[in-house]
Write a protein that binds this ligand. Structure first.
Ligand SMILES: O=C(O)C(=O)C[C@H](O)[C@@H](O)CO
Length: 257
C-alpha cells in the first residue's frame, strides 16, 4: 500500500483551477468548519497564524478525507521543520520568502527521502505513514509531496526564471502583500507597479511546468489574477471574514441605538 495520493498535486498537474482559502485560527474546530464550505484547498498558516506542530497536526486530522486539501505554510523553509511537517502528514507545503534557485533546490531535497533528498527517515513514528501501517511509505512518499514556493520579494522575482527551472518545485505562489512591501509600496497591492510585477510573474509561472498561485481578497483582484494565469487561487481568509462580519453586525446595531 503506497503513500496516500496527493489529490491537490494531481489536480494541479491536470491543469485544474483550484480555489482555496486561508485557515488562520490555528485550531481544528474552525478549520473543520471552513472545510464544509467546499474550498478545494485550505492554507493551515504557520507563518502568520499562531500555529505550532500540534495545532497543525490537529488540523491535518480534521481535514483527513475531506474535499478541502490541506496546504501547510511553514514560517520559514528549513530542513527540520519540513521533516516534522511531512512526518505529521502534510503532503503539500507552502514555503515563504524563496529568493533563489539554490534555496528552492535545498527545499526540494528537504522534502525527499534519499537518494533524491535528505528527509530524515522516521516513518515508524510518523502519522504520515499511519505509524508504519503503510509499509512502503518511504519508498512512495516523494512522488506525493507537493512543494509550493512563495516568491514575494524583488530579489525573488528577479530570480523567477531560475526558480522555475528547479525540478521538484510544483508551484510558485506570488505574495502580493510582501512583494508590495519589498517594492517600497507597503499595503499597496493594487499599485500599478505591483500589479505589473504580479501580471508578469503569474504569466511566467503559468508558461512554465509549474502551477501559479496567489491570494486575492477582492473579486476584482481575483478576476485579474485568474486572467493573468493563477491556477491555485486563494480568495479569502477566515479570520478576516469573521472580523469583518462581526464588526459590520455590531455597527448595524450601534446605528439603531
Ligand atoms: O505576501 C502575501 O500577500 C502573502 O504571502 C499572503 C499573506 O501572507 C496572507 O497571509 C494574507 O496576509
Amino acid at each position: 500500500m503506497p503513500a496516500p495520493t496527493n489529490m491537490f498535486k494531481q489536480r494541479l498537474k491536470q491543469g485544474e483551477l483550484v480555489i482555496g482559502c486561508w485557515a488562520g485560527f490555528a485550531d481544528p474546530y474552525p478549520t473543520e468548519l471552513m472545510a464544509t464550505a467546499g474550498f478545494d484547498w485550505l492554507v493551515i498558516d504557520g507563518e502568520h497564524a499562531p500555529n505550532d506542530l500540534n495545532s497543525i497536526t490537529a488540523q491535518l486530522q480534521v481535514l483527513e478525507g475531506k474535499h478541502s486539501e490541506a496546504v501547510v505554510r511553514l514560517p520559514v523553509g528549513n530542513e527540520w521543520l519540513i521533516k516534522q511537517m511531512l512526518d505529521a502528514g502534510a503532503q503539500t507545503l507552502l514555503i515563504p520568502m524563496v529568493e533563489s534557485a539554490e534555496q528552492a533546490r535545498e527545499l526540494v531535497r528537504a522534502c525527499r527521502y534519499p537518494p533524491e533528498g535528505i528527509r530524515g527517515s522516521g516513518a515508524a513514528l510518523a502519522r504520515a505513514s499511519q505509524f508504519a501501517a503503510i509499509p512502503d511509505y518511504a519508498q512512495t512518499a516523494n512522488a506525493q509531496i507537493c512543494l509550493l514556493v512563495q516568491v514575494e520579494t524583488v530579489k525573488g522575482m528577479n530570480a523567477l526564471d531560475e526558480i522555475l527551472a528547479v525540478e521538484g518545485v510544483d508551484g510558485v505562489f506570488i505574495g502580493p502583500s510582501d512583494l508590495a512591501a519589498d517594492m517600497g509600496l507597503l499595503g499597496q497591492t493594487e499599485h500599478p507597479e505591483v500589479r505589473a510585477a504580479i501580471e508578469a510573474g503569474l504569466g511566467k509561472i503559468a508558461a512554465s511546468d509549474k502551477a501559479a498561485g496567489i491570494l486575492a481578497l477582492a473579486d476584482e483582484a481575483a478576476d485579474l489574477y485568474r486572467a493573468w494565469g493563477a491556477q491555485f487561487l486563494a480568495v479569502g481568509i477566515d479570520v478576516v471574514m469573521l472580523a469583518q462580519a462581526a464588526r459590520a453586525l455590531m455597527a448595524s446595531w450601534d446605528a439603531k441605538r
